[in-house]
Design a protein around this ligand. Structure first.
Ligand code: ZN
Length: 143
């Protein structure tokens, strides 16, 4: 699974019921990107876009996602970057690395929201999906 893989992308209003392989579905409405796991296992990967989750870069021709996509909860445990529509395979992480990554994640979120409070920004408005997002996402995931 280490060959170069090029993805296509589609801007959609909402994530379609059936995802094609090698396709990134970008929904601005839901601030979410979804695709099928690039290893070919078929699992659907949902990457919410927010200041503390993933960031989407679109240069008019190709898209990139950061940070990397780590499918630790799937059997495949695949880990890759999506850079300019290209899948760059990253090494598998050890349990320790995954734990450290999650810890870092929590810290980043904490710092982000604390910084927001200090700046007088309402903390619920930043980095939080709009109301109903999770309900709709859940509905979509549990089809
Ligand atoms: Zn997979």
């Amino acid at each position: 699974m280490n060959q170069t893989m090029i993805l296509v992308f589609e801007f959609v209003n909402s994530i379609p019921e059936k995802l094609d392989e090698r396709t990134l579905y970008v929904s601005m409405e839901y601030a979410t990107v979804a695709h099928r796991c690039c290893c070919g296992c078929g699992r659907e990967v949902v990457t919410p876009l927010s200041p503390t989750d993933w960031k989407l870069a679109y240069d008019g021709v190709s898209i990139s996602l950061s940070p990397s996509v780590g499918n630790w909860s799937f059997d495949c445990q695949s880990h890759y970057w999506i850079v300019n529509n290209t899948v760059r395979w990253a090494g598998q992480w050890s349990k320790e690395q995954i734990a450290a990554g999650r810890q870092h994640d929590r810290q980043t979120k904490q710092e982000h929201f604390t910084a927001g409070e200090e700046a007088g920004v309402e903390k619920v408005t930043r980095g939080e999906p709009r109301p109903g997002f999770w309900a709709r996402l859940w509905k979509w995931l549990s089809r």
